[in-house]
Each structure stands twice: as C-alpha cells, then as structure tokens.
Ligand binder design. Structure first.
Ligand code: SAH
Ligand code: SF4
Length: 471
C-alpha cells in the first residue's frame, strides 16, 4: 500500500460545509463580495491560487482585478529570491491605504514566504493590517480560516504550523483560462541544494498517488483542457516515497494513453535524476512535449559540489547529448545562478563554456540571493554585487546571441502549435510549438485552445512569428 498521508474525507467535508454556509451568507447580501487574488513565484503557486479562487467561487465570491474594490485580498507569496520577497513586502505595505479607504476589507497572506520564521515575525510586527496568514499546507483549510477571520475576533489569525503537512485531494480549482491545466504530481523537495529555501518552506518530498494524478489528468482532458502541465520541484523523483512501482515515466506513459488531442508538459527535472528511461519515454509518447527544462545552475564542478547538486558539468552535457540523440528536435531550457558565494571569475567562465557547448534554446538567469537558513547563506563571499552583475551581463549577452541563432533556424519551418491566448496586439494570438517555443500568429480569439499548423515567418530572441496554414 502506498504510504500517502492525505487530509481525511471527513475534514474535507467539513470545509465543503463551511463553503456552503458562507455561500448562503454571501448570496443573501445586497452585493456579491469581491476577491482579489495576487500570485508571486512559480507555477506551483499559480496552481495553488487556482484552488484559492475555486474555493472562493464556491463561497459565493466574485473576482476583481483591483485591490481598491476588493472585500478580500489574498496574496500568495514566494520566498525563492529576495527580489520577490521585497516586492511582496512593498505591495502588502501599500495595502494599508487601500484598507483605510475601504473599511471592512480583509487581507490574507499565504505561500512560501510566511513559512519562514523571521518573515513571519516581521509580518506580525510591522503589518498589523494583515488579518490572516496561512502556510501552503493549510490551503485546504482556507474556508475555515476565512470564516474565522470574518467573525468578530481579536487580532489576526496565523496558521503556518507545518512544512510537512498532509496532501489533499478534491479541492475545487478555478483554472485561469481554458487551455492549460496545472497538475501537481508531488510536493516538497529533499535535495537541499545549498542556496535554496524550498526544502525549508515546502518540506519533504511527497508524491500524490498515481491514480489521483491520472484521474485529474483524465478529468482535465474531458473538460476540454489541451495542455496538461505536470508540476513538482523535482518530477524525476516522483514515486520514490511511495511503496509501489510507479515513477514519473510511468505517469507520462499512462497520461499519454488518455484519448483526446492534448499535450503533456512538465517541470522541473533535476539532472541527477533525469534517466535514460525518462528520455526514452518522452521519445515514445507522442503527446509529451519535445522540451525539457533541466536546470544546470553552474558549469563549474567545484561550485556544483558546493551547491550540493550531485552531478558534474560533463555529466550534465552528456545528459543533454543523450536527450538530443533520442529527440533531435528537443528544446532545452535551463536555470543558472550567477555569483554563488566564492564563485570566482575563472569558475564563472566554465558556466559560459557550458552554455556555448549545450546551446540552450532559452535560459533563466538569476543573480545569487542569500536565503536565511540555507547552508550557502553562511558562506563567506568576497565578490561584490558589481562583480556579479558584470558576469550576469556577459551571460545574458552570450545567451541572447545563441537564442537568436537557434530561433533563426526555425525560419520557413512548419510547426504544429497550440494556440493558447490573446497576443500583445489587436488580432494577434499567442501559441506554443510542441517544443514549447512561443509563436505569435494572427487570428481571432475563437482559435484559442485549438491546435494548428503554422509556417514560421519571423523571429526575435524570445519568440517566433508564424502564419497559420490550417483553420
Ligand atoms: N526545483 C527546481 C527549481 C526551484 S527554484 C530545480 O531544482 O530546478 C527555481 C530556480 O531559482 C532555481 O533553479 C535556481 O536557479 C533559482 N534559485 C533558487 N534559489 C536561489 C537563490 N538563493 N538565489 C538565486 N537563484 C535561486
Ligand atoms: Fe531547490 Fe534544489 Fe530542491 Fe530545486 S532541487 S527546489 S533548487 S533544493
């Protein structure tokens, strides 16, 4: 039997009952109360916010995109880098004015930031206008917590008890858009990369049962979603904590068998766990995207050791070669950290060398940001912000050149695309190729959610332009 700790059905039923009662109360009001939900950080947070919206809709709330009009503001925070945290703190600080102008307005904060003790203390001390604070694993209790917050009571409610809380199934999600469905396959992370706060705020790795994931995938396809996006901090260790024979490749294979026209994407893969079996499965499953996001973080072996990444630069490069051998058209994207403590200029050159060698389609580049509680935050760091910025600029310049060259290779080619949204100008739509490349095409909004064939007619560093050949 799989050893999965999930919230009991009785507990969930209690939350559904509270949602029903709140809905009754809200629909009896002369005007429907409005909620504003703001999300920072990764796709997991996007997915959690869809559940918050789903629960709010069940409780009779409408939605607004203006903080000033909202009766309830929920801010789903991120803790991965300081920049995101400072933005959240600044924006939450500014809500004192909004709240003063709209008495009765309630403000809730959730997500990874509140799970750090030093941030929680600061929030409690300096942000008295926040009414409710809850951690990622209290999300399923949101109806109960909100209900308590709305009742007359003293002070604020803080529920951020555990980083290893139970998984939950069956919460309603209000998905944003009709094309993409986020599907979490696992929570938490066991890797403890020395720079990263995730294991401290999201706890140990816990996989959902394969049946639950496959059921959610099937329901999403039946509901008309065209892109199933499987999420986990390290999807390649999916199933290791379960007492059964199911790994991530098994999930891909099973979801690939579901009838219907859709595409399976996933994020994130850790290089130390990306196996031949994963690449072979990707190559075999026609609905799985021809793209892998495989963060390498640094091209220098000493830095990689200090980061506790568990592979060498050469191992990483060979991994990408294997993937390309099996899937010549695969797109490779990655994350890099510049200026990890003690990284020298020479060691940074190895990162540039790796980027030249692999030739990524796209890179997400970050300047190192110390995180309280992590091993790297205790390392001495003789290099200045300016040193790091200089390295960062060189990396961007190199990648921009490579991106332009890889993009240019698509000119004149035909790609199957999934049209997924409104574009940046009148009559323009956004789409993704099966390799995840962004394409702008012309067309009306009725095409959103359909697959089409496009010929690539233009490009820049970040996107392609295409002409529709079908529809
Ligand atoms: N689980 C994923 C990534 C999670 S965080 C993985 O291991 O790939 C997303 C990215 O943020 C990381 O890949 C890393 O490049 C960056 N990151 C994480 N912690 C950081 C820090 N302290 N400073 C700068 N960038 C960081
Ligand atoms: Fe953070 Fe490393 Fe886990 Fe990714 S694998 S979430 S970088 S600790």
């Amino acid at each position: 039997m799989p050893n999965i700790r999930t919230v009991s059905q009785a507990e969930l039923d209690r939350q559904f009952e509270i949602m029903r009662l709140l809905c009754e109360r809200n629909t009896a009001l002369p005007e429907r109360p409005l909620a504003f939900v703001d999300t920072y950080g990764c796709q997991q947070n996007e997915s959690d916010s869809e559940k918050i919206r789903g629960m709010l809709a069940r409780m009779g709330y409408g939605f607004t995109s203006s903080e000033a009009d909202a009766d309830l503001i929920v801010i789903n925070t991120c803790a991965v880098r300081e920049h995101a945290e400072l933005r959240v703190l600044g924006n939450v600080g500014a809500l004192t004015h909004t709240k003063r102008a709209k008495p009765g307005q309630k403000i809730a904060l959730c997500g990874c930031m509140v799970q750090q003790r030093h941030r929680l203390e600061k929030l409690k001390r300096s942000y008295p206008h926040v009414d409710l604070i809850f951690g990622p694993y209290e999300l399923w209790r949101f109806p109960e917590l909100l209900d308590k917050t709305l009742r007359p009571h003293k002070g604020r409610l803080v529920e951020a008890r555990q980083i290893d809380g139970e998984l939950y199934e069956g919460l309603p999600a209000l998905r944003s858009g009709k094309v993409r469905a986020w599907i979490t396959v696992m929570s938490g992370c066991d890797n403890f990369c020395s720079y990263c706060v995730v294991p401290f705020v999201r706890g140990r790795e816990r996989s959902r049962s394969p049946e639950a994931v496959i059921k959610e995938a099937r329901e999403a396809v039946e509901a008309g979603y065209k892109e199933l996006y499987l999420l986990g901090q390290n999807v390649n260790s999916y199933g290791k904590d379960l007492n059964i024979h199911a790994d991530f490749s098994y999930l891909l294979e099973e979801i690939n068998k579901i009838d219907g026209e859709f595409i399976i994407r996933f994020m994130t893969s850790h290089p130390k766990d990306a196996s031949d079996r994963l690449f072979e499965t990707m190559a075999r499953c026609e609905k799985v995207e021809r793209h892998i996001h495989l963060p390498f973080q640094s091209g220098n072996d000493r830095v990689l050791r200090e980061m506790n990444r568990g592979y060498t630069a050469d191992y990483y490069c060979k991994l990408t070669e294997k993937a390309r051998l099996l899937m010549p058209d695969i797109a490779l994207t990655s994350d890099v950290i510049v200026g990890f403590p003690t990284e020298t200029d020479e060691e940074f050159e190895d990162t540039l060398r790796l980027v030249e060698r692999v030739r990524f389609d796209m890179l997400f580049t970050f300047i190192y940001s110390p995180r309280v509680g992590t091993a790297a935050a205790l390392m001495s760091d003789p290099f200045s912000r300016e040193d790091k910025q200089r390295r960062f600029d060189r990396l961007i310049e190199l990648q921009n050149r490579i991106s332009l060259e890889t993009q240019a290779a698509h000119l004149g080619r035909r790609h199957r695309i999934l049209i997924d949204g409104i574009g940046d100008a009148e009559g323009r739509l956004t789409a993704r190729t099966l390799c995840g490349r962004l394409v702008h095409v012309e067309g009306g909004p009725e095409l959103i959610g359909s697959f089409a064939l496009a010929e690539i007619t233009g490009f820049n560093t970040y996107s392609l332009t295409g002409r529709l050949l079908e529809n």
